[in-house]
Write a protein that binds this ligand. Sequence first.
Ligand SMILES: N[C@@H](CCC(=O)N[C@@H](CS)C(=O)NCC(=O)O)C(=O)O
Length: 205
Amino acid sequence: MTYKLFYADGSASQGIQMVLEELEQPYELIQSTKDRSKQRPPEQIKINPNGWVPVLMFDDTGMYECAAITIFLCDRHSEMNLAPKINDPDRALFLQTLVYFSNSVQTAFQTFYYPDRFTDSIEGEVSAQRRGIRRLRETWSVINDQIGNNKWVLGERFSAVDLYLFMLTTWFSSTNDHPKVEEFPNVKRIADAVVLRPSAKLVYK
Ligand SMILES: N[C@@H](CCC(=O)N[C@@H](CS)C(=O)NCC(=O)O)C(=O)O
Protein backbone atom coordinates (compact mmCIF):
# COMPACT_ATOMS: atom_id res chain seq x y z
CA MET A 1 0.00 0.00 0.00
CA THR A 2 1.22 3.49 -0.86
CA TYR A 3 0.35 6.31 1.55
CA LYS A 4 -0.69 9.66 0.14
CA LEU A 5 0.39 12.80 1.98
CA PHE A 6 -1.11 16.22 1.32
CA TYR A 7 1.95 18.37 1.58
CA ALA A 8 3.29 21.94 1.63
CA ASP A 9 6.87 23.13 2.05
CA GLY A 10 7.67 24.66 5.45
CA SER A 11 4.73 22.92 7.11
CA ALA A 12 4.08 20.10 9.57
CA SER A 13 3.68 17.74 6.60
CA GLN A 14 7.50 17.66 6.40
CA GLY A 15 7.54 15.97 9.81
CA ILE A 16 5.23 13.25 8.50
CA GLN A 17 7.36 12.81 5.40
CA MET A 18 10.39 12.22 7.64
CA VAL A 19 8.40 9.65 9.65
CA LEU A 20 7.43 7.82 6.42
CA GLU A 21 11.07 7.85 5.30
CA GLU A 22 12.30 6.49 8.65
CA LEU A 23 9.61 3.79 8.51
CA GLU A 24 10.69 2.95 4.92
CA GLN A 25 7.11 3.17 3.66
CA PRO A 26 6.15 3.98 0.07
CA TYR A 27 4.28 7.27 -0.24
CA GLU A 28 3.17 9.86 -2.73
CA LEU A 29 3.29 13.59 -1.99
CA ILE A 30 0.29 15.57 -3.16
CA GLN A 31 1.12 19.22 -3.47
CA SER A 32 -1.17 21.44 -1.41
CA THR A 33 -0.64 24.82 0.19
CA LYS A 34 -0.67 26.51 3.59
CA ASP A 35 -1.69 29.76 1.91
CA ARG A 36 -5.22 30.40 3.16
CA SER A 37 -6.10 32.51 0.12
CA LYS A 38 -5.47 29.55 -2.22
CA GLN A 39 -7.66 26.60 -3.18
CA ARG A 40 -6.77 23.27 -1.53
CA PRO A 41 -7.48 19.85 -3.14
CA PRO A 42 -11.10 18.74 -2.49
CA GLU A 43 -9.91 15.27 -1.32
CA GLN A 44 -7.87 17.00 1.42
CA ILE A 45 -10.78 19.23 2.48
CA LYS A 46 -13.07 16.21 2.64
CA ILE A 47 -10.84 14.68 5.34
CA ASN A 48 -9.87 17.96 7.02
CA PRO A 49 -12.45 20.73 6.63
CA ASN A 50 -10.07 23.08 8.52
CA GLY A 51 -8.04 23.13 5.34
CA TRP A 52 -4.60 22.61 6.82
CA VAL A 53 -1.84 20.11 6.11
CA PRO A 54 -0.75 17.42 6.83
CA VAL A 55 -3.49 15.03 5.76
CA LEU A 56 -2.52 11.36 5.39
CA MET A 57 -4.55 9.04 3.14
CA PHE A 58 -4.54 5.24 3.60
CA ASP A 59 -6.90 2.30 3.01
CA ASP A 60 -9.53 4.50 1.26
CA THR A 61 -9.73 6.87 4.20
CA GLY A 62 -7.58 9.55 5.79
CA MET A 63 -6.71 11.51 8.92
CA TYR A 64 -5.23 14.78 10.08
CA GLU A 65 -3.32 16.17 13.13
CA CYS A 66 0.41 15.76 12.89
CA ALA A 67 0.95 14.18 16.34
CA ALA A 68 -1.90 11.70 15.83
CA ILE A 69 -0.57 10.72 12.39
CA THR A 70 2.91 10.23 13.87
CA ILE A 71 1.60 7.85 16.57
CA PHE A 72 -0.65 6.05 14.07
CA LEU A 73 2.22 5.41 11.64
CA CYS A 74 4.73 4.36 14.31
CA ASP A 75 2.24 1.88 15.78
CA ARG A 76 1.25 0.56 12.38
CA HIS A 77 4.89 -0.15 11.53
CA SER A 78 6.06 -0.95 15.04
CA GLU A 79 8.75 -3.34 13.76
CA MET A 80 10.76 -0.24 12.78
CA ASN A 81 11.03 0.80 16.47
CA LEU A 82 10.39 4.48 15.83
CA ALA A 83 8.24 4.69 18.99
CA PRO A 84 8.09 2.82 22.29
CA LYS A 85 5.44 0.09 22.16
CA ILE A 86 2.27 0.23 24.24
CA ASN A 87 3.70 -1.38 27.42
CA ASP A 88 7.18 0.10 27.15
CA PRO A 89 8.09 2.37 30.12
CA ASP A 90 9.24 5.07 27.64
CA ARG A 91 5.76 5.22 26.09
CA ALA A 92 4.45 7.79 28.59
CA LEU A 93 7.23 10.32 27.96
CA PHE A 94 6.93 9.73 24.21
CA LEU A 95 3.21 10.54 24.22
CA GLN A 96 3.53 13.39 26.70
CA THR A 97 6.26 15.15 24.68
CA LEU A 98 4.56 14.64 21.34
CA VAL A 99 1.26 16.05 22.61
CA TYR A 100 3.05 18.93 24.37
CA PHE A 101 4.78 19.77 21.09
CA SER A 102 1.47 19.72 19.25
CA ASN A 103 -0.61 21.41 21.91
CA SER A 104 1.71 23.98 23.43
CA VAL A 105 4.80 24.58 21.27
CA GLN A 106 2.88 24.51 17.97
CA THR A 107 0.25 26.83 19.46
CA ALA A 108 3.00 29.29 20.41
CA PHE A 109 4.17 29.29 16.77
CA GLN A 110 0.58 29.68 15.59
CA THR A 111 0.04 32.68 17.87
CA PHE A 112 2.90 34.33 15.99
CA TYR A 113 2.15 33.10 12.43
CA TYR A 114 -1.68 33.27 12.63
CA PRO A 115 -2.32 36.08 15.20
CA ASP A 116 -5.85 36.67 13.84
CA ARG A 117 -6.86 33.36 15.49
CA PHE A 118 -5.96 34.73 18.90
CA THR A 119 -7.46 38.22 18.90
CA ASP A 120 -10.66 39.88 17.77
CA SER A 121 -9.12 42.98 16.24
CA ILE A 122 -6.43 43.94 13.73
CA GLU A 123 -4.87 46.16 16.42
CA GLY A 124 -4.63 43.17 18.74
CA GLU A 125 -2.51 41.14 16.32
CA VAL A 126 0.85 42.72 17.19
CA SER A 127 0.20 42.05 20.86
CA ALA A 128 -0.78 38.43 20.08
CA GLN A 129 2.45 37.99 18.12
CA ARG A 130 4.51 39.37 21.00
CA ARG A 131 2.76 36.96 23.36
CA GLY A 132 3.44 34.13 20.90
CA ILE A 133 7.16 34.91 20.98
CA ARG A 134 7.14 34.96 24.78
CA ARG A 135 5.24 31.68 24.77
CA LEU A 136 7.87 30.17 22.43
CA ARG A 137 10.51 30.97 25.03
CA GLU A 138 8.40 29.51 27.85
CA THR A 139 7.51 26.26 26.09
CA TRP A 140 10.95 25.57 24.59
CA SER A 141 12.56 26.19 28.01
CA VAL A 142 10.38 23.46 29.50
CA ILE A 143 11.49 21.05 26.77
CA ASN A 144 15.13 22.07 27.09
CA ASP A 145 15.06 21.36 30.83
CA GLN A 146 13.22 18.10 30.28
CA ILE A 147 15.89 16.86 27.85
CA GLY A 148 18.79 17.71 30.18
CA ASN A 149 21.86 15.69 29.23
CA ASN A 150 19.88 13.08 27.29
CA LYS A 151 21.23 12.09 23.89
CA TRP A 152 17.69 12.00 22.48
CA VAL A 153 14.35 13.13 23.96
CA LEU A 154 13.77 9.64 25.39
CA GLY A 155 17.35 9.20 26.60
CA GLU A 156 19.60 6.78 24.71
CA ARG A 157 16.91 5.82 22.24
CA PHE A 158 16.06 7.73 19.04
CA SER A 159 12.34 8.06 18.24
CA ALA A 160 9.79 9.94 16.16
CA VAL A 161 9.56 12.63 18.83
CA ASP A 162 13.13 13.69 17.90
CA LEU A 163 11.96 14.17 14.31
CA TYR A 164 9.05 16.26 15.59
CA LEU A 165 11.44 18.39 17.66
CA PHE A 166 13.62 18.98 14.62
CA MET A 167 10.64 19.94 12.44
CA LEU A 168 9.53 22.52 15.00
CA THR A 169 12.99 24.08 15.26
CA THR A 170 12.85 24.83 11.52
CA TRP A 171 9.93 27.19 12.24
CA PHE A 172 12.04 29.67 14.24
CA SER A 173 12.31 32.84 12.20
CA SER A 174 15.63 34.69 12.23
CA THR A 175 14.09 37.82 10.72
CA ASN A 176 11.57 38.23 13.56
CA ASP A 177 12.19 38.46 17.29
CA HIS A 178 11.95 34.72 17.84
CA PRO A 179 14.35 33.16 20.33
CA LYS A 180 17.41 31.60 18.72
CA VAL A 181 17.64 27.83 19.01
CA GLU A 182 21.03 28.39 20.74
CA GLU A 183 19.01 29.60 23.77
CA PHE A 184 17.97 25.97 24.22
CA PRO A 185 21.26 24.05 23.96
CA ASN A 186 19.78 20.62 24.71
CA VAL A 187 17.17 21.11 21.98
CA LYS A 188 19.87 22.29 19.57
CA ARG A 189 22.03 19.25 20.28
CA ILE A 190 19.18 16.94 19.20
CA ALA A 191 18.22 19.08 16.19
CA ASP A 192 21.87 19.04 15.06
CA ALA A 193 21.88 15.25 15.29
CA VAL A 194 18.56 14.81 13.44
CA VAL A 195 19.65 17.00 10.54
CA LEU A 196 22.39 14.47 9.75
CA ARG A 197 19.88 11.67 9.21
CA PRO A 198 19.09 10.69 5.59
CA SER A 199 15.35 11.35 6.22
CA ALA A 200 15.99 14.99 7.23
CA LYS A 201 18.50 15.51 4.42
CA LEU A 202 15.95 14.32 1.87
CA VAL A 203 12.97 16.27 3.23
CA TYR A 204 14.81 19.51 4.05
CA LYS A 205 17.04 19.71 0.95
N1 LIG B 1 -2.86 20.96 14.69
C1 LIG B 1 -2.55 20.79 13.29
C2 LIG B 1 -2.06 22.10 12.72
C3 LIG B 1 -1.73 22.01 11.28
C4 LIG B 1 -1.36 23.37 10.71
O1 LIG B 1 -1.46 24.42 11.36
N2 LIG B 1 -0.92 23.35 9.45
C5 LIG B 1 -0.50 24.59 8.83
C6 LIG B 1 0.87 24.43 8.21
S1 LIG B 1 2.05 23.93 9.42
C7 LIG B 1 -1.47 24.93 7.73
O2 LIG B 1 -1.85 24.10 6.92
N3 LIG B 1 -1.90 26.20 7.72
C8 LIG B 1 -2.83 26.73 6.79
C9 LIG B 1 -4.13 27.04 7.47
O3 LIG B 1 -4.19 27.06 8.70
O4 LIG B 1 -5.09 27.28 6.75
C10 LIG B 1 -1.51 19.68 13.12
O5 LIG B 1 -0.64 19.54 14.01
O6 LIG B 1 -1.58 18.95 12.14
